[in-house]
Design a protein around this ligand. Sequence first.
Ligand code: ADP
Length: 179
Amino acid sequence: MSLTIMKGDITKAKTDAIVNAANSSLLGGGGVDGAIHRAAGPELLRECRTLNGCKTGEAKITGGYNLPAKHVIHTVGPIYFQHSQEESKRLLQNCYKNSMELAIQNNCKSVAFPLISAGVYGYPKEEALDVAVEILSQYKDSMELSIVLFDAEAFEIAKRKYALLTQNYKRFDNSRIVF
Ligand code: ADP
């Protein structure tokens, strides 16, 4: 079992679950949320309407509908500038922890994450990646986990960061870093 950082589009992930960086209404948005709803089809929005939204740092699960993934775990990241730095970090850690707890409860063995809050919610990408790796490393021995980075800038940050820390990964190349 492992944690992989890779380039890609999370809507293509053939995992038991993919995580959606949603907004608190769970009724759709732009970025990765828009991409997931487009790929899953209108049934996903129908199920999301029954969930009564989601608080920042918490997570809720739905079916995957037309996605290759079986489930979508919707979590709401912090809007970076609405909180102190410490509070934003705590809330972002909660997103990863609560998403993983839901994945475990639903018997998921493979889960793909986007870089939560690192788009329009303004969390600095490098710090967002630190939080993702810190929390997901705690689960990587029993799960197949991946962080799917959509923009080239985020993957360049990951490469720069881990190129120096050779002891931390098993494989490193131009498209993936496997821990
Ligand atoms: P947030 O509101 O939590 O910041 P965004 O969707 O704006 O969410 O961005 C979160 C991250 O998801 C960004 O780094 C963005 O580049 C990335 N992203 C956008 N589309 C996709 C996709 N199809 N697959 C994976 N990541 C994506």
